[in-house]
Write a protein that binds this ligand. Structure first.
Ligand SMILES: Nc1ncnc2c1ncn2[C@@H]1O[C@H](COP(=O)(O)OP(=O)(O)OP(=O)(O)O)[C@@H](O)[C@H]1O
Length: 531
């Protein structure tokens, strides 16, 4: 059972102890039935013995203690296991290569982290109750054997057939549920793309209808698969009901006509069979839930396997053996992007670039000519497949990359603006205010208690704020991808004529993709990616 392996793999909690406690609770539960039946017999013959009352009380306390402890420990263990997986996956995501994360796509790829985790949390209770119920069923069956071997044979035959059919159903349900989970993932991805492309859809009814048709198809298919598997689950419960009423029919109406000694124990037999109903319900409910958990755990580990296929996830990164750079060179670097299955597509290169401290390099070139890719290779975000990236004339080793990337701060075209200054929390409010004023944002936002008070700004203003964050990081090299493209002419003038020269004076090296030819004289060199 995957859930048990999951718990032992991810936590130190003893699954044996939890299962043993669940078992004790099941045995104690069955003992209550035996004691009650005995009490009923004693009552029929006279008074109930005090000893029997005390036995009932002690067994009841043991039952409550074992059930409560096993359930509490199981819930705590599974939550701890999920916490481990969440943290480990988040860590693997941040260690992954950019191209792996880009190829894996949006949040839909990570749905196993949210939906899957919820399923696992819920089903651990079903598992514990299922184990307890199994023990109740075994002990109640043995008690039935002692009461009436004929009822036991009929009962065990019917219950075995019922459970066999349930297990066979369980295989099919497992398959359907995994298909439904995949479809639901597609639905969430389409839903996310609808929100991301909201403006385009709002402008075009036809586009909106076409996207909506895709969303509807995914929702319909998810619903079909889910309702099919849920109906199968209901059928399972119905099947166990039918089996029990058939069992009672055989034992109450037919068996007494065949077995004479049987009549005096009929009451206990009926009580035992009624007592066995609930465990069979619970076992039949546990099966589908455990199958859902198997799907969820498989999904979680599949996500982790995908991340693990990226070697960088496992690499440690010692600090670089230098404090300042004298040169950086991209030497005939070729690189390929990946598709969703993480297979290489879109070959780029060979690319060349050399960089010295204090240089201001502008990169220009046509769309798709590789400007952004070049910036990302320079910053160590994409690793060369051929050629090399050399620092101070020494090609970088794979283990150098993490420390190497630390030399860069950047404003990429798809930057994300964190309102907190993560990683530079010690930055003084005075310095931030100076930059807010320089960038014309001091009336738009403030920096208080380690965060910007307002990040709901225009596109150009948000980019200016991202620039401030990049500058405050105080790295030797600043990378800018078409930073000025969204800025007004007045600010553009200030940016190229005042801000960039000021950063140069401070010793910064700047590599910027730009098409602003009128300011090319600000650069020490302009290079083109056009071939
Ligand atoms: N994530 C990706 N997956 C696959 N191919 C990609 C990806 N990103 C870029 N490419 C391809 O790599 C090539 C270079 O892209 P890049 O973004 O570096 O060009 P660019 O010069 O910056 O373009 P633009 O001026 O349009 O921003 C293009 O042919 C593009 O199709």
């Amino acid at each position: 059972m995957k859930i048990l392996n999951f718990m032992s793999q991810e936590t130190k909690v003893s699954k044996r102890r939890i299962l043993l406690l669940a078992g004790i609770s099941g045995v104690a539960n069955s003992m209550l039935l035996v004691i009650l039946n005995e009490a009923a017999t004693q009552l029929r013959d006279g008074d109930i013995e005090t000893q029997l009352f005390l036995q009932y009380l002690l067994t009841f306390l043991l039952f409550i203690f074992a059930q409560r402890t096993s359930q509490r420990e199981a819930v705590a263990a599974v939550e701890h296991a999920l916490q481990q997986v969440r943290i480990r996956l988040a860590d693997k995501v941040r260690r992954s290569e950019l191209r792996t994360i880009e190829a894996m796509g949006g949040i839909g790829s990570y749905s196993s982290l949210t939906q899957g985790a919820n399923t696992i949390t819920q089903s651990v209770m079903y598992l514990i109750v299922g184990v307890e119920s199994l023990l109740v069923l075994i002990f109640a069956s043995l008690y039935l054997l002692w009461l009436s071997p004929a009822s036991f044979i009929i009962g065990i035959t019917l219950i075995s057939i019922t459970i066999t059919i349930l297990v066979l159903h369980y295989q099919k349900t497992f398959h359907e549920l995994s298909l439904a989970a995949r479809k639901e993932g597609e639905f969430f991805e389409l839903f996310t793309s609808m929100l991301q492309g909201f403006k385009q859809l709002k402008l075009s009814r036809r586009k909106s209808d076409a996207v909506f048709a895709d969303i509807t198809a995914a929702a319909n298919e998810t619903s079909r698969l889910k309702s099919h598997s849920n109906i199968r689950l209901l059928e399972d419960i119905l099947l166990s009901n039918v089996a029990f009423y058939l069992l009672l029919l055989l034992i109450v109406f037919m068996l007494p006509t065949m077995v004479t000694v049987y009549e005096e124990k009929l009451f206990q037999v009926i009580a035992t069979i009624l007592f066995m109903m609930q465990p069979v319900y619970r076992i039949s409910a546990a099966f589908p839930n455990i199958s859902k958990t198997n799907v969820a755990i498989t999904g979680l580990y599949a996500l982790e396997e995908k991340l693990d296929s990226d070697q960088s996830v496992h690499q440690e990164s010692p600090p670089l053996p230098f404090t300042e750079f004298q040169s950086i060179a991209i030497n005939a670097v070729s690189f390929s992007y990946l598709d969703k299955q993480l297979n290489p597509v879109s070959q780029i290169g060979p690319l060349h670039l050399s960089l010295k401290p204090g240089e201001i390099i502008f990169i220009t070139g046509g769309n798709g000519s590789g400007k952004s890719t070049l910036l990302k290779i320079l910053a160590g975000l994409y690793k060369p497949e051929e050629g090399n990236l050399a620092l101070n004339d020494t090609p970088l080793k794979v283990s150098d990359y993490n420390a190497y990337r630390g030399m860069f701060s950047a404003v990429f075209s798809d930057f994300h603006l964190y309102s907190r200054l993560y990683g530079i929390e010690d930055c003084s409010e005075k310095v931030v205010l100076k930059w807010l004023t320089t960038m014309g944002l001091n009336h738009k936002t403030e920096f208080k208690n380690g965060q910007f008070t307002n990040t709901n700004l225009s596109t150009g203003e948000r980019k200016r704020l991202a620039f401030i964050v990049a500058v405050l990081q105080d790295c030797p090299i600043l990378i800018l991808d078409e930073f000025a493209a969204d800025q007004d002419p007045e600010f553009r003038e200030t940016f190229y004529k005042k801000i960039i020269p000021e950063l140069k004076t401070q010793g910064k090296t700047i590599v910027a993709v730009t098409h602003d030819e009128q300011y090319f004289d600000t650069a020490t060199r302009v290079i083109s990616t056009n071939v």
